[in-house]
Design a binder for this molecule. Structure first.
Ligand code: SAH
Length: 213
C-alpha cells in the first residue's frame, strides 16, 4: 500500500471531523493530517481508514478511533522533547502521532505478535521511538522513570500505582478507567505526594490486562 494525494485528502477531511468534534490543538490536527493511518491496518480496511472508526488489528485488539487518539493526545499537552511512556503500542498509530509531535517515546505492548509486527513496520516506515518494549505496562518502566507524560491506550479497572509513581512533578497521566465503558481520566502530579484528578467523557477500549505474559 502507498500514501497518495487521495489519502491526504481523506486525512484533511478526517481532521475537519475532529475539529467539528472539538479537537482544537493545531499540532495534534497536523499530526492526524500527516500520519498515514491506512498503513497501520490490514489492507481490507483501507477504504475506511479515515472515518472516525476503530478497526481490528492483530491478536484481537483494535486501533483506537482517530477522535480518541486526538483527544488523549490533546489532553497530554505535549512539549517538544518530553519523555513519554505509552502503554499499549498496538498498531503503533498513537505512537506515530506522538513521534510526530517530537517527543521521546517508550511504548510497551504485551501481545508478542503485535509487538513484533509493529517493530518491523516502524523500521520500514523510519519511525524512531526511543524504545518499543514487550512486557506488562501495568508496571510502567521503572528503569526509565520519571516521565513527563504517560498515556494508557487500554481500559484499566483502576489507575496503576506504578504509573502514578513514575510521573515527574508537573507530569500528566491520561488513562481510560472502567470496565465495560471507561471514563477518560487525567492525573496531574501537582507535588511529590499530591495528584489532581479530572474526568472527561466516556470511551470504549479493549482491557488493560495484568500479569498475563
Ligand atoms: N494505541 C493502540 C491501541 C491498541 S488497543 C492503537 O491505536 O493501535 C490496546 C493495546 O493495549 C492492545 O494492543 C493490547 O494488547 C495492549 N495491552 C493491554 N494490556 C496491556 C498491558 N498490561 N501492557 C501493555 N500493553 C497492553
Amino acid at each position: 500500500m502507498k500514501d497518495t494525494f487521495k489519502h491526504r485528502g481523506m486525512r484533511n477531511h478526517l481532521a475537519q471531523i475532529l475539529i467539528d468534534k472539538g479537537i482544537a490543538d493545531k499540532k495534534v490536527l497536523d499530526a492526524v493530517r500527516e500520519i498515514p493511518r491506512h498503513l497501520f491496518m490490514d489492507s481490507s480496511f483501507e477504504g475506511h481508514a479515515y472515518q472516525n472508526k476503530a478497526f481490528p488489528i492483530a491478536a484481537n485488539q483494535t486501533i483506537s478511533h482517530p477522535y480518541t487518539v486526538a483527544f488523549q493526545t490533546e489532553l497530554l499537552q505535549l512539549e517538544e522533547g518530553h519523555k513519554v511512556l505509552e502503554i499499549g503500542t498496538g498498531s503503533g498509530y498513537q505512537t506515530a502521532i506522538l513521534l510526530n509531535l517530537k517527543v521521546k517515546v517508550y511504548s510497551i505492548e504485551r501481545q508478542l505478535e503485535l509487538f513484533k509486527k509493529t517493530n518491523i513496520f516502524f523500521k520500514k516506515m523510519g519511525y524512531r521511538p526511543k524504545k518499543l518494549i514487550f512486557g506488562d505496562g501495568y508496571k510502567g518502566l521503572p528503569e526509565q522513570a520519571p516521565f513527563d507524560r504517560i498515556i494508557v491506550t487500554a481500559g484499566a479497572p483502576e489507575v496503576p500505582k506504578a504509573l502514578l509513581s513514575q510521573l515527574k512533578v508537573g507530569g500528566r497521566l491520561v488513562i481510560p478507567i472502567g470496565f465495560e465503558e471507561q471514563i477518560m481520566t487525567l492525573f496531574v502530579r501537582t507535588a511529590n505526594m499530591e495528584f489532581s484528578k479530572t474526568e472527561y467523557g466516556s470511551f470504549r477500549f479493549v482491557p488493560l490486562l495484568e500479569n498475563k505474559n
